[in-house]
Write a protein that binds this ligand. Structure first.
Ligand code: FES
Length: 131
């Protein structure tokens, strides 16, 4: 059996939304101390919608595929939905990850949550709207 699903390989080879948003509304960065991989997420948010999202990932194939898939899952979605994105949902959308690679998808969930947290810090009024 192949180690990675075709979707993982596809998103690893042709990652979607790679890059930087210079005037991002929220930026989140997380790292995994054990493997040393780092993931950074940039969000452009308008009227409570994730208009654009980009990522930079310095990490393993699963981390790159997870960030790519995670950006696809939240692009164009309300912030409230992006906040609920779980690493399980990312892994499922990739048709699964090997068990010992699940932590790579956790990076994607955490990076997005950090970026949203950063967004709320910079735009406190948005948090009230969301509540
Ligand atoms: Fe570190 Fe995958 S091995 S994120």
């Amino acid at each position: 059996m192949a180690l990675y699903s075709e979707k993982v390989m596809d998103h690893f080879r042709n990652p979607r939304n790679v890059g930087v948003i210079e005037d991002a509304d929220g930026v989140g960065e997380v790292g995994n101390a054990k493997c040393g991989d780092i993931m950074k997420i940039y969000l452009k948010i308008e009227d409570g919608i994730v208009l654009d999202v980009k990522f930079e990932t310095f990490g393993c194939a699963s981390a790159v595929a997870s960030s790519s898939m995670a950006t696809e899952l939240i692009k164009g979605k309300p912030v409230s939905e992006a906040l609920k994105l779980t690493n399980q949902a990312v892994a499922e959308a990739l048709d699964g990850l090997p068990a010992y690679k699940m932590h790579c998808s956790v990076l994607a969930e955490e990076a997005i949550k950090n970026a949203l947290e950063d967004y709320y810090k910079k735009h406190p009024e948005a948090r009230e709207d969301a509540e």
